[in-house]
Design a protein. Structure first.
Length: 374
């Protein structure tokens, strides 16, 4: 098979971070759009993207794109795509997707027509009328935005934010992909010392440790495309071996977390063990009122509780005030704090050196970055 065109959906605000990562992986034809990155590569690169991407939500094969404003146009255009290059005689191919600001707005109708079009295409190619769909599952995903249709096949299965280490979490978990993006923006190195005074289930500590050690986030999990008949099994073995060889060992990185809830402390350490980074991660019971970053060079990166999820707004604002008092600047300390509160800086008591808009799921947030000495 020639080069495969891929789509990598990602959280709004981190498209450029994801694109830079794909360039480092060796991908070509990289284009960033709102909420996704377009790219292409050989078969092995599809496996590499799934295993190694820290920021993409999943990796999708881009089967084709076209304009459609009627169901007839949708049917004909879907039928014209080379589905037989991917889907085998016995393979299952459920259809799902979404439509925004388009004339084709009925999702059930679109699903039905797309399914019928693919069936009709495969009937012609395989010379049969009935498909048992008892084989591997190829999840067909479509997106329709302003009448532009993209037809895709999901190669990831579970979302890539599901690294496998966090089956349990606290009440307000930070998505792993967003946590990784925060660590990227904070610049994590093999000798970085980081702190998180609200460690929760340990996401920021673990993602920073995975980044410092260069452990691929998908190294310990399975992907849907590993059952795809058109992909050679050896590419997955080779890419896992490649990722394993790139791991940094015996580095000076340290990650220390605190949380007022003993359950969160236990959860952090359990998750760090599952992720294979327990050597670099420590967690203890601690109240933000007692927090003090060491005067030596260190980085504090955190997702404090906020009104929409855990605390009422007034309690969250009081918490920000305490943070402003405890997060002393001037001795090489840096602070990266994510919050959805529009007036975080006012309550924290200091204007950020830089801000970046990010999304935690559907919640619009800002990453407040404090990295300059006063």
């Amino acid at each position: 098979m020639s080069k495969i065109n891929l789509v990598a959906p990602c959280l709004f605000g981190i498209e450029s971070i994801a694109a830079d990562e794909f360039r480092r992986m060796g991908f070509e034809d990289i284009v960033t759009e709102n909420g996704r990155v377009l790219l292409s590569g050989e078969e092995n690169m599809l496996a590499r993207a799934n295993i190694c991407s820290r920021y993409a939500e999943r990796i999708l094969i881009n089967v084709g794109e076209f304009e459609a404003v009627t169901f007839t146009e949708l049917f004909d255009s879907v039928k014209a795509l080379p589905w037989e290059n991917f889907i085998g005689l016995d393979d299952a191919f459920p259809v799902n997707g979404w439509s925004i600001n388009s004339q084709l707005f009925s999702i059930p109708d679109c699903q039905s027509i797309i399914k019928k079009a693919i069936v009709e295409r495969l009937k012609l190619k395989y010379k049969i009328n009935i498909f048992a769909e008892t084989g591997p599952e190829y999840k067909i995903r479509f997106s329709i935005h302003k009448n532009r249709v993209t037809m895709m096949i999901d190669t990831s299965g579970d979302g890539l934010h599901k690294r496998g280490y966090r089956r349990n979490s606290n009440d307000a978990p930070l998505k792993e992909t967003l946590g990784a993006a925060m660590c990227d923006l904070a610049r994590i190195y093999p000798d970085t010392q980081i702190f998180d005074p609200f460690c929760g289930s340990g996401t920021l500590l673990i993602e920073s440790a995975l980044m410092a050690t260069n452990i691929a986030p998908g190294l310990r999990r399975y992907f849907a495309a590993e059952r795809f008949g058109f992909l050679n099994d050896k590419i997955w073995r080779e890419e896992r071996t490649r990722a394993q060889d790139l791991i940094r060992h015996n580095i000076d990185f340290r990650a220390q977390g605190f949380d007022i809830d003993p359950t969160c402390v236990e959860l952090t350490m359990a998750n760090a063990k599952k992720a294979g980074v327990e050597k670099y991660v420590k967690a203890s019971i601690g109240d933000i009122k007692d927090f003090s970053a060491p005067k030596e060079r260190c980085l504090t990166i955190t997702n404090p509780p906020y009104g929409e999820r855990l605390l009422d707004v007034k309690a969250a604002e009081n918490l920000y005030k305490i943070m402003g008092e405890r997060f002393v600047r001037g001795d090489g300390q840096k602070y990266y704090i994510i919050s959805p509160h529009d007036e975080f800086e006012k309550h924290f008591g200091c204007v950020a050196d830089k801000r970046r808009k990010l999304y935690n799921g559907m919640i619009k947030c800002q990453l407040f970055m404090y990295f300059k000495n006063k």
